[in-house]
Design a protein around this ligand. Structure first.
Ligand code: SAH
Length: 253
């Protein structure tokens, strides 16, 4: 008897950013697996909770697969979208690398959620209205040299950028180093917005420029948005907005 493993995301904050499809999966789940804050956010009466440390992704995926192989209805939960710097890749890695015949009949589903990038962009205006990329500044799972190469290429390609995991107590210097790379490639007045705790009670937006951006403002609950060369600020309704226009000016050759 095999059960189901649903890989879900609970959005960046609040029930209002949970999709109806995800809410249905939560309602019928017998077990929830994941990092404590996310599991507690979706906990329902009678649900078995399996809380693990945020750094143990593969072990967590194994546990979820084992529970599903026993016939249980399991959700494995990430913040935001489960496919963006989150558990969907760990579950796929387990299934593709491990030879565990008892997992063969587990019914797998991966369901989209609202990512921090979408929620932050909507609060800011439309900073990702043109081509953009998302980069995690964490060098826990990849070498810092690769992050640097991607930052430089993205800047040279004039992408708008969203930085996940920009700064934490254990990684205090990476954001400053990242901004220094961009300063070598992009104009000093490039808009930069720090979007902290979007959708939560202590939500805050900080509007700055590449020249003036101060990493001290940023913590691990912040998403950093850097505009492209066309991005601009404007004022409306007593507040500031930022957007990247839908098109580039025609360049005469
Ligand atoms: N899967 C998640 C990302 C996990 S990485 C998603 O799709 O959103 C964790 C990073 O996401 C944090 O370091 C922060 O950069 C960003 N983040 C998550 N929730 C956020 C929120 N409410 N406001 C701003 N940034 C957030």
């Amino acid at each position: 008897m095999s059960g189901r493993l649903s890989v879900i995301g609970c959005g960046p904050a609040g029930e209002h950013w949970l999709s109806p499809e995800t809410a249905q999966l939560i309602a019928r789940a017998t077990d929830a697996v994941g990092y404590g804050p996310y599991v507690r956010r979706i906990a329902r009466p009678g649900m078995r909770l399996h809380i693990s440390d945020n750094r143990e992704e593969l072990m967590r995926a194994v546990l979820a697969l084992e529970l599903a192989a026993q016939g249980r209805e399991v959700v494995i939960v990430s913040g935001g979208d489960p496919g963006i710097f989150a558990m969907a890749a760990a579950v796929c890695e387990c299934l593709s690398e491990a030879d565990q015949p008892r997992w063969d009949n587990v019914e797998l589903g991966i369901y989209p959620g609202i990512s921090a990038l979408q929620a932050a962009a909507a609060k800011i205006g439309a900073p990702l209205g043109h081509d953009f990329c998302a980069i995690s500044l964490s060098d826990v799972l990849k070498p810092w040299s690769l992050v640097c190469r991607r930052l430089r290429c993205a800047a040279q390609g004039d992408f708008a950028m969203a930085f996940y995991n920009p700064r934490s107590r254990h990684r205090p210097w990476q954001l400053g180093a990242a901004l220094d790379i961009l300063r070598e490639e992009q104009p000093p007045q490039t808009p930069v917005v720090f979007a902290r705790a979007i959708g939560r009670e202590d939500e805050a937006l900080h509007y700055t420029t590449l020249a003036e951006a101060d990493p001290e403002w940023v913590d691990m609950r912040t998403l950093v948005i850097v505009g492209n060369s066309q991005a601009r600020y404007f004022d409306h309704g007593q507040r500031r907005w930022m957007y990247s226009p839908r098109s580039y000016p025609v360049i005469e050759s």
